[in-house]
Design a binder for this molecule. Structure first.
Ligand SMILES: [Zn+2]
Length: 322
């Protein structure tokens, strides 16, 4: 018997965004030196007016606050992720929202509802969390929001907007797939001086989804896994039957990044306004064009929309400290 009132109306979507699952294993503890004090709001920007990615640590009302926003964990993981992205993508980086002092500006969001209220949406929890983010005032028209959700999800470790919705919020579920052999939390968040692993790849992968990639225009697009390439498992945007072990952003540069992207493709990651060094001014298709809406009553989720992609990235060896 369905007793739960679904408080969020799911919008019809044509193309599913990327969803990540882990395959368990690993270990080790994240963490590094404490950094800044906690902020509940977006602080003044080091680069105001530019397109950028703002990071949020969000905790549901009934889950422990691990203070990952202020203990150095998320800033360390993001530094490791940026190093991976630069190595894999010829020196590029995400333009992360930074404070005037040059630190990554990570906001804290205390979510008003318990974990189960978000988890019940499964793959579409991203949309519920997105509404909370926007309603909390994180709603800058030039920002994408990368949310580290310190709660569960029954379906994935992360989710990005479908390619053409232009939605601004991407979510990583730090306790996704809890209780399964693929529990996301088995993957450690890496420190700044550690080689990137699952969460760092996932952060970049999901943000690149939100930027509109991999577009189906590419020759190696995975038709059964929209938004991904399907040819090489070391591609950042690969999804398929092989373990996902990304080391390169678009090998051959023919699908979504670089010089050989097909003329028929409207966008090229190299030319994204969210990428540094900035070579172009492209923003995602329909960026910020719709307003997420709440629903008033229950509505079953069509089963067909549950079709999704599960990355089969495997657990990595212990982190290498350089
Ligand atoms: Zn994906």
């Amino acid at each position: 018997m369905l007793t739960t009132i679904r408080w969020f109306r799911l919008n019809a979507l044509l193309v599913l965004g990327g969803v990540l699952a882990a395959c368990g294993g690993g270990g080790g503890n994240p963490g590094s030196a404490p950094s800044d004090s906690r902020s509940l709001a977006d602080r003044p920007d080091r680069e105001p007016g530019l397109y950028q990615v703002h990071v949020i640590y969000a905790v549901p009302s009934d889950r422990p606050d691990r203070r990952l926003d202020v203990d150095g964990t998320l800033s360390g993981s993001l530094a490791s992720a940026q190093a991976f992205f630069a190595d894999a993508g010829e020196g590029i980086a995400l333009r992360l929202d930074e404070t005037l002092a040059g630190a990554v500006d990570i906001s804290f969001l205390a979510l008003p509802r318990p974990d189960a209220d978000y988890a019940e949406f499964g793959l579409f929890a991203r949309e519920a969390i997105q509404s909370e983010v926007l309603n909390a005032g994180f709603n800058d028209g030039r920002k994408l929001y990368l949310v580290y959700y310190d709660g569960t999800n029954p379906a994935a470790c992360g989710g990005a907007p479908p390619l053409t919705t232009g939605d601004p919020v991407t979510v990583l579920y730090l306790n996704g797939l809890s209780g399964t052999a693929e529990a996301c939390e088995q993957n450690p968040l890496r420190r700044a001086d550690e080689t990137a692993g699952y969460w760092e790849w996932a952060a970049i992968h999901e943000v690149v989804h939100a930027l509109g990639f991999a577009d189906p225009c590419g020759p190696n697009h995975a038709e059964e896994r929209p938004g991904h390439t399907g040819d090489l498992n070391f591609d950042l945007m690969y999804a398929g039957t092989e373990p996902w072990l990304p080391t390169v952003v678009d090998p051959g540069q023919d699908d979504y990044f670089g010089a050989n992207v097909a003329a028929g493709c409207a966008r090229n990651l190299l030319l994204s306004a969210f990428i540094t060094p900035q070579s172009g001014d492209q923003v995602p298709v329909n960026f910020r064009s719709r307003v997420p809406q709440f629903m008033a009553q229950s509505s079953a989720m069509p089963d067909a929309r549950r079709a999704h992609v599960l990355h089969q990235g495997c657990i990595l060896p212990p982190p290498q400290t350089e």
